[in-house]
Design a protein around this ligand. Structure first.
Ligand code: HEC
Length: 191
């Protein structure tokens, strides 16, 4: 009689353990599937996450880092490499991040870019710049031929943006003003 109860107890314990193990495995694999979906299958969401992160990095650089740099007597300069007491501009910071990345392209694109490298590369990119210029959407993702791309709008948030671009030797536009749409941070994924 005692051994029968023991057996029953054991079978209950073993069944309970199996439920926990199998349940756990199912839960874990579902979790994995959800992560895979978010981070590898949904290019739209992934591209937006990256754009948001780059924007945040540039904001921290422009506001927190540069404030201290300037307070210490140094300045920002496009020729910062050659100058002893200068650091890179925020635009150069974004492009520098891009040079470090191998899996996809991160750069800037402008409506009247200072450099050819910042020109829209396809008619679709031009069209998307026009859409962002309306100010209705802050970020766009789109398929462009074999590449998936994302753009995050860049407006002249201060007169400083406009002034520097107006005075730049390479500029083709000298009447930028505060709040103008200037271009975008762009991500080009490999096809
Ligand atoms: C002190 C000068 C300076 C200031 C201030 C400045 N920029 Fe620029 N910006 C540049 C230079 C130089 C480049 C080109 C960098 C490169 O491609 O190497 C550039 C590039 C860009 C581009 C890419 C298209 C292009 O014109 O080549 C955008 C968009 C842009 N800046 C927006 C802004 C915005 C928005 C602000 C203000 C928040 C701003 N810039 C402030 C100098 C400046």
């Amino acid at each position: 009689m005692k051994s029968l109860i023991k057996k029953r107890v054991w079978s209950v314990i073993i069944t309970a353990m199996m439920i926990v193990v199998i349940g756990g495995m199912t839960f874990f694999s579902n979790g994995q599937a959800a992560m895979t979906k978010d981070f590898t299958l949904d290019r739209d969401a992934m591209t937006k996450y990256i754009l948001a992160t780059v924007r945040a990095a540039r904001t921290i650089y422009s506001q927190s880092v540069l404030r201290k740099v300037k307070a210490s007597g140094m300045k920002t300069s496009e020729n910062w490499v050659k100058e002893d007491h200068a650091v890179m501009l925020p635009a150069q910071y974004v492009k520098a991040l891009g040079y470090e990345i191998q899996g996809y392209e991160l750069s800037l694109v402008g409506t009247y870019p200072l450099y050819k490298s910042n020109q829209a590369k396809t008619p679709m990119e031009k069209e998307m710049l026009t859409r962002l210029a309306s100010g209705k959407e802050k970020m766009l993702t789109f398929q462009d031929g074999t590449q998936f791309k994302g753009m995050s709008a860049d407006f002249a948030i201060s007169q400083g943006c406009a002034d520097c671009h107006n005075q730049h030797p390479k500029t083709t536009k000298r009447d930028w003003k505060k709040d103008d749409f200037m271009g975008a941070i762009i991500i080009r994924m490999r096809g």
